[in-house]
Design a protein around this ligand. Structure first.
Ligand code: GDP
Ligand code: MG
Length: 164
């Protein structure tokens, strides 16, 4: 069967934007529309002629802190169970947050491979000095990407495919 890749991260890091870019579809909603709940979204994607299933976790959830945290961690847990490889997505524009650390703590318990990507690096080659704070997660190196501009995503998918 096809390998499964899940995109995991706190709200607003750009999971749905990355999902849409990779799948070439606009099926995942990227707007911040509070009050709407959606399940995980699955799509078939292809890279270098090989098909895989991509999962966008999180969806859009009511904008209350408790709910978001609970859902975020639950979605991360489900993704860990389902996926062969997990893309842990972070946000260069906001930097590392407490919610990122919550997700990281859960992913560290997973036996699945986790690949860290830092999104919203819209000028690749110009990694800001504070990017180094992401090493504080203790999850090793990370891939700088821009989901809006489609930068760095080939390198990221090559890294994902090494685990298939
Ligand atoms: P999600 O909650 O993790 O699914 O995040 P979304 O995909 O909905 O994106 C949240 C916001 O970040 C939206 O306004 C996106 O347009 C924006 N965004 C996503 N990727 C990038 C990126 O690579 N660069 C920039 N500048 N903004 C991005
Ligand atoms: Mg989303």
């Amino acid at each position: 069967s096809k390998p499964v890749v899940a995109i995991v991260g706190r709200p607003n890091v750009g999971k749905s934007t990355l999902f849409n870019y990779i799948t070439g579809r606009r099926i995942s909603i990227t707007e911040d529309t509070p009050g709407i709940t959606r399940d995980r979204i699955y799509a078939e994607a292809e890279w270098r002629g090989r098909k895989f299933t991509l999962i966008d976790t999180g969806g859009i959830e009511p904008d209350t802190d408790d709910y978001i945290k609970k859902m975020m961690l639950r979605q991360a847990e489900l993704a860990m169970e389902t996926a062969d490889v997990i893309i842990f997505l972070l946000d260069m524009k906001t930097g590392l947050t407490a919610a990122d650390n919550d997700v990281a703590a859960m992913l560290r318990k997973s036996k699945k491979p986790v690949i860290v990507a830092v999104n919203k690096v819209d000028n690749i080659g110009e990694l800001p000095p504070d990017a180094y704070e992401f090493y504080n997660l203790g999850m090793g190196d990370f891939y700088p990407i821009s989901s809006v501009h489609g930068l760095g995503i080939g390198e990221l998918l090559d890294a994902v495919f090494e685990y298939f």
